[in-house]
Design a protein around this ligand. Sequence first.
Ligand SMILES: [Zn+2]
Length: 334
Amino acid sequence: MDTDNSIIQRQPKAVSLLGGSAASGRVAHAYLFEGVKGAGKEAIARFFTQLLLCLSPMDGKPCGECRNCRRIREDNHPNVTQIRPDGQDIKKGQISDLIYKLNKTGLEEGRKIYILHQADRMNIAAANTLLKFLEEPEGEVTAILLTDRASAILPTIRSRCQEIHLQPPPREAVLEQLVTEGGVTRSMASTVTMVTADPEEALALSEDEQFGQARKTVIKLVEASDKSIQEALLFIQTDWGPLFKEKEETELGLDLLLFAYRDISAVKAGLSTPLAYPDNKSRWEEMALRLTFGRLASILEAILKAKRNLQSNMNRTLLMEQLVLNMQEGQHAL
Ligand SMILES: [Zn+2]
């Protein structure tokens, strides 16, 4: 669980935006916090809830010490309601109960706040009930909707919310989490965190057999094109083609290839950023000695060009053959 300070450091934009609206008294009726899992949606919701109810906020931040701040941290402030999916979805009854609770007396003076976790899981009846409530805002009531995918929220609800996009967690943090909690090898964790910033998606990818195969095949293509153009062209036919058939698969393959040459460039430049393929570091070092920066730049450019051609639906075998040829260009013209 995030401490309040770490979320302030990790989401400076959201914090200053929310701090500004609280300080100016221009608090919206509804907010939608969107971010991948691990971005700290719950922590930022708690930060904002504390800020809105804090007895002595300072510089757009809650004090963290007052009675209200403490009760929110312990999740027992009567004016703050948390709603989570009941089984598969958030049901109409949960929203009706919420509205009943907000309208009845007995709550404390001041603002009332409700937080909808996984708001995209509202079923249609629940969403319509909430929509009606949002259309007739009364009193000091603030909704905070949390979601991984704002696009999955009813547009009529979205349009009534102020949307706040949260930064994904830093790659290094997700990488460490995969290794220590997910039991993923460091080399695989390094690769999947290049593909996605979402820790859950990264974990699923690391366990995906096809992805593991794709990773191996990409490294072999790098090795083949390092040897000779003939070997690389042959490899495209025998290994690459059968594995990367669909457009999305080819796109992933090209991204993985791009990461390999970025690794080699980073090694050559002596950068300390975590590699995508740390298990291949010694080979990268060896290649980095032979390849000039100019040559690496033209290889990266060739891969990016192939990615663009993929979008224009070029024949994929032809596209890969052309890429291999382009990557070889300049090889002997150092
Ligand atoms: Zn406080």
